[in-house]
Design a protein around this ligand. Structure first.
Ligand code: G1P
Length: 297
């Protein structure tokens, strides 16, 4: 039985330039999907998977993100006094116990691999999860929990994976598969953002990882890869031949790329529709607006 996964790294140092001007003063991870910040979805998913230590790799301009996890005694008292129990429960749901959350600074934007490596001292010799909050996954059983269960069988390292259209492979880490067992695949190679026409498959890595601590040693001597950045994909690829093996995991669920405007809008509609208090209004609106658009064409 592999060691349990109780630590997760959340790389949140990116400047979010695709969402300018909003991200001029609001960290991307605090942007709101229905009524909660993107990062809260990742935290809820991590908790469901048994994560107990939350390590955020941040950068300048991210203080609103750190504040988000603070306790708010005044607000709490106000909600108690006014008997707003539902909102009080929502508020308390965002709290972390003291010492459960840590912030590390990435001083220079040198890539995802470098961001993860910044947390090496807090990880030590334990397996760990990496969660990219931009990738929001709607699933009956939270994605990381599915992966923790798969990892209990496979050990080594496990990366979330899904098929993408061939013309999209250049935007992802892509798996080269040696054995396809359906839900899990054995990986024999990984390429970060392969040039068009060179991808070894169309099975793409999505932002959920369970990694062996060996990955941190691979990152110790990492060289720049795709885009001139230190890539996490390259460090995981080293683990295939010299370590405990790498598995791809086809998760059950719907992934939204909230790092893109169109993905964020799609997620907003999908998560809105999944909410009983919003569904009917939203559906009426969508059918009206699509009818109007169709008529205008
Ligand atoms: C990162 C990873 C890439 C992965 C992707 C998933 O890329 O480097 O391997 O496929 O996340 O969202 P990014 O989207 O940050 O460029």
């Amino acid at each position: 039985m592999p060691k349990p996964v109780t630590k997760a790294i959340f790389p949140v140092a990116g400047m979010g330039t695709r969402f300018l001007p909003a991200t001029k003063s609001v960290p991307k991870e605090i942007m709101t999907l229905v009524d909660r910040p993107l990062v809260q979805y990742a935290i809820d998913e991590a908790r469901a998977a048994g994560i107990e230590e939350f390590i955020f790799v941040t950068a300048r301009g991210k203080s609103a993100l750190e504040d988000y996890f603070d306790h708010s005694p005044e607000l709490e008292q106000k909600l108690i006094d006014s008997g707003k129990d539902d909102l009080l429960a929502e508020l308390r749901h965002t709290y972390m116990d003291s010492g459960q959350i840590a912030y590390i600074r990435q001083h220079k934007a040198m890539g995802l691999g470098h961001a993860v490596w910044c947390a090496r001292r807090l990880i030590g010799d334990e397996p760990f999860a990496v969660m990219l909050p931009d990738d929001v996954i709607a699933a009956e059983k939270p994605c990381l929990q599915q992966m923790v269960e798969a990892y209990a069988e496979t050990g080594g390292s496990v990366v979330a994976a899904m098929e993408v259209a061939p013309e999209k492979t250049k935007s992802y880490g892509i798996l080269d598969v040696s054995e396809d067992n359906g839900t899990t695949v054995k990986v024999k190679g990984m390429v970060e953002k392969p040039a068009e026409g060179t991808a070894p498959s169309n099975l793409a890595v999505i932002g959920r990882y369970i990694l062996s601590p060996n990955i941190m040693s691979h990152l110790d001597n990492a060289k720049e890869g795709a885009g001139g950045e230190i890539q996490l994909t390259d460090a995981i690829a080293k683990e295939i031949s010299s370590g405990e093996g790498v598995h791809g995991f086809r998760f059950a669920g719907e992934r939204y790329d909230c790092g893109s405007k169109s993905g964020f809008l799609q997620a907003t509609v999908a998560f809105g529709m999944a909410r009983p208090d919003l569904r009917d209004d939203l559906l009426d609106f969508l059918s009206d607006i699509t009818a109007i658009q169709a008529a205008a064409q």
